[in-house]
Every structure is written in structure tokens, then in C-alpha cells.
Design a protein around this ligand. Structure first.
Ligand code: ATP
Length: 319
């Protein structure tokens, strides 16, 4: 089915006969595959008698060669999957099989994209970026401190470079434009964090997505913000360069060197929020973050510090 898609991706008309001949299948088998493309991948295909078949819009698929051509800094191998459960899950499997980091896993779509705490990341085919970069961490805990916030900052800067000046951060690691989520980050760790471990930096960025019924909170995409479709290979290349620069800064100087820049871009600085921790809820006002990336919240008259992967912030109505 994806071989057929690759023949159609130029957005031109192709006759059923030519497609069948290229794939070594009958015209009715071509027809069946076209229907599958529409149903399974949500693609729209024009069918015109006498001319053949045409994708409603040309598609640019992910390409490791294109990405490395446009990237100045990142030399890591890139694995591209047409369809996978989750790029983070695939990255973890590759680590288990002994693949040496750094390496990057990308997919055209995820059938079980992951958010935090078992939540789902909506991942339609060929529209967005689903990105998992695997690194080996040797410096112990210090190298992990604030790491997910650093990734958020790099994603935000990448989006700002594309012209989305309103992109900002929400603790711990969402990237929003106003109240709308444009990217999410999920770090997963294997090994001993105090010694040698592997970390998967999972990033989902909405790039060309214009419609979905599946996301249950406000969201946006690069295309919705700029009015233009964007080449995902270029975005992946830019993101790699940006991440590389921030990761080096973090490795050399620790999170403390990045704390102020992160806070300057925190959209909820000074806002009245509720911090949700499982069934518990703590109301307070956001003061900022500390040198480890933990949230500083003013609760009553007292400053309290919170960290951990199970925490979520929500704006309070009175903020
Ligand atoms: P937090 O817990 O920090 O408030 P969150 O509720 O946004 O964050 P995450 O685990 O970061 O949760 O992301 C998963 C959530 O993001 C989903 O429950 C859904 O509401 C939303 N979501 C899923 N897919 C997308 C997408 N493609 N774009 C924007 N938002 C999405």
C-alpha cells in the first residue's frame, strides 16, 4: 500500500494501468489499495475517469537523506518507519537489541503514540513529526536534571525560528501557542540514572495537521499558525541542530545555566494554577522553577517546590 503511495506522492495523475504495471498487480488490486489508503491513512484521492488517480495534495515523506543534507550538526543515524506503535517504544526496543546511541527514530504515523501517564498522542499519517532521539548519559543525575525542560526549550526555539513567535512553555514540558498545545515531550529512561543509562527524548510536533476530532484539549499546528505547509524533513533537521546546541550547553554547564531562559519563556509565570498530583490538587501561584527544573509554587504565604513526572498544571479560573 505504501509503495503505491510513493508512486502517487508527486500529486500528479497516474493511470490505474501504469500503477498496476509498476507494482505488478491488477487494476482492481490497485483500486483496493487506493481505498485502503483513504480509509487507513485518511488520505484523499481524486479519481477521474480517463485520467486516473491523484492525491488531493502532494505529499513529502520523511527521508533520512534529506534530513542529514539540511542538518549542520547532527550526525546520528536516522531510522524512518512508515507506521509504528510509538517511536519511543521502538527506540526502547532498539536499545534492548544493542543499537548504539545516539540514534533517531522517526515515523510517518504512530498507532499508539504515547503521552505522559499512559495518555495517547494523536499521530496521523505524514502530517506531523514523531521523533525519538536516544542518548547515552554517563554523568549521573546531574546530566538528567532539567533535561525534559531543555528539550522543551529547544522545540520552542525551533518553532519560533519557523515564525511562530508566540510559542512558549508550560511546566514541565509542553509547548503551547497561547492556550493551544503544538508539541508534547515524553522522556523515558533505561538503566541506572546514577551511573550509565539511556534516555529517549520523545517529541511530538504538530506540523501540517489541520483537523482532528481526537485531541481532547485545545491544539494547533505549524500550518494553522503560519498558514503554510512546512517540510517535515527541514523541521527535523532544524530541531536536531537546536537540540544539539542546547544539549551541549546543558552537559557543560548544567540546567542552572538554562533556568533563566526557560523562565523567561514560561507562559504561566505568575499565574494562579492548580497542581494536580493523582487525586490531590494544590492551588498556588507560579513563582518559577529552581536550578534543577522543579516548579516553585507559592501556596498561601509559603513557597513550595515540586518535581516529578506525575504532576500536571492547570490554570485556575481566577488567574
Ligand atoms: P500535562 O499533564 O502536563 O498538563 P497533558 O495533559 O497535555 O499535559 P501529555 O501527556 O503531555 O498531557 O500529552 C497527552 C495529552 O495531549 C492528551 O491527553 C491529549 O489531551 C493531548 N494530545 C494528544 N495528541 C495531541 C496532539 N497531536 N496535539 C496536541 N495535543 C495532543
Amino acid at each position: 500500500m505504501l509503495t503505491l503511495l510513493k508512486l502517487l506522492k508527486d500529486g500528479r495523475f497516474h493511470s490505474g494501468q501504469a500503477l498496476g504495471a509498476a507494482l505488478g498487480i491488477s487494476r482492481s488490486a490497485v483500486w483496493k489499495q487506493l481505498q485502503q489508503l483513504e480509509i487507513e491513512l485518511g488520505l484523499s484521492i481524486h479519481k477521474v475517469r480517463g485520467r486516473g488517480y491523484q492525491l488531493a495534495a502532494p505529499l513529502t515523506l520523511l527521508s533520512a537523506a534529506e534530513i542529514s543534507e539540511h542538518s549542520a550538526a547532527c550526525a546520528w543515524p536516522v531510522l524512518v518507519f512508515d507506521s509504528i506503535d510509538s517511536t519511543n517504544a521502538q527506540a526502547l526496543r532498539s536499545i534492548e537489541r544493542g543499537m548504539a546511541p545516539p540514534f533517531l527514530v522517526l515515523a510517518e504515523r504512530q498507532t499508539a503514540g504515547r503521552g505522559r501517564r499512559g495518555r495517547k498522542w494523536v499521530s496521523p499519517f505524514a502530517e506531523n513529526v514523531y521523533y525519538s532521539l536516544v542518548l547515552r548519559i554517563e554523568g549521573g543525575m546531574r546530566q538528567l536534571e532539567g533535561l525534559s525542560l531543555v528539550v522543551g526549550l529547544a522545540v520552542m526555539r525551533t518553532l519560533q525560528e519557523l515564525g511562530i513567535s508566540g510559542a512558549g512553555l508550560k511546566w514541565p514540558n509542553d509547548v503551547l501557542v497561547g492556550q493551544k498545545k503544538i508539541a508534547g515531550i515524553l522522556l523515558e529512561l533505561v538503566g541506572d540514572p546514577a551511573d550509565v543509562c539511556h534516555v529517549v527524548l520523545g517529541v511530538g510536533i504538530n506540523v501540517n495537521m489541520q483537523m482532528t476530532e481526537e485531541v481532547d484539549q485545545q491544539w494547533t499546528s505549524v500550518r494553522l499558525e503560519t498558514g503554510k505547509a512546512f517540510d517535515r524533513n527541514l523541521l527535523v533537521a532544524h530541531l536536531g541542530d537546536m537540540l544539539q546546541a542546547y544539549l551541549i550547553r546543558h552537559q557543560e554547564s548544567g540546567f542552572a545555566a538554562i533556568q533563566a531562559e526557560w523562565e523567561q519563556n514560561h507562559l504561566w509565570q505568575g499565574r494562579a494554577v492548580s497542581l494536580i498530583a493523582g487525586v490531590n490538587r494544590i492551588d498556588g501561584v507560579v513563582m518559577g522553577i529552581n536550578r534543577q527544573g522543579a516548579l516553585r509554587l507559592k501556596v498561601g504565604d509559603v513557597e513550595k517546590v515540586f518535581s516529578g513526572g506525575e504532576l500536571s498544571l492547570r490554570l485556575r479560573n481566577d488567574s
